[in-house]
Design a binder for this molecule. Structure first.
Ligand SMILES: [Ca+2]
Ligand SMILES: [Ca+2]
Length: 137
């Protein structure tokens, strides 16, 4: 009797762990699959070569990138293949948990522009072609 109760409890814990791992895999896989491409997915910050989220796109789900010069636009639109450093005109924040701060310098230095959680900026205006790093929150 004691043994079977123990086994029932153990089976319950094992099922809970398995479910937890399943949910973890389910939530992690789609987010990482779409990293560094032109598709703006949930969890990502998305920057564009042209205004109104047009042209080549760069999307990423890292919490910060300190150095844009190694990153390029994707998707086949205008600017595809060129560096995103000092080259973005619009952006969208799908990080879905906090604001994104774009900075004109590397390592979050210089001037800053925030894109609110879930929002987009269709034209960076005077900050066109200036951003070189970003950080979430
Ligand atoms: Ca993506
Ligand atoms: Ca810059």
């Amino acid at each position: 009797m004691r043994k079977s109760r123990f086994l029932q409890k153990f089976a319950g814990v094992a099922a809970a762990v398995t479910m937890g791992m399943g949910m973890l895999m389910f939530t992690a896989a789609p987010a990482s699959a779409g990293d560094r491409d032109s598709v703006c997915e949930g969890g990502e910050v998305c920057l564009y070569y042209l205004t109104d989220l047009n042209g080549g796109a760069w999307t990423i789900n890292d919490s910060f990138v300190n150095w844009f010069s190694d990153e390029i636009f994707y998707g086949g639109g205008a600017g595809t293949g060129s560096s995103i450093d000092n080259n973005t005109w619009s952006g969208r924040n799908r990080a879905s948990f906090c604001d994104v701060t774009l900075s004109t310098g590397t390592w979050q230095t210089g001037s800053h522009v925030e894109i609110d959680n879930g929002a987009q900026l269709n034209d960076f205006n005077e900050y066109r072609d200036t951003f070189s790093s970003y950080i979430f929150c």
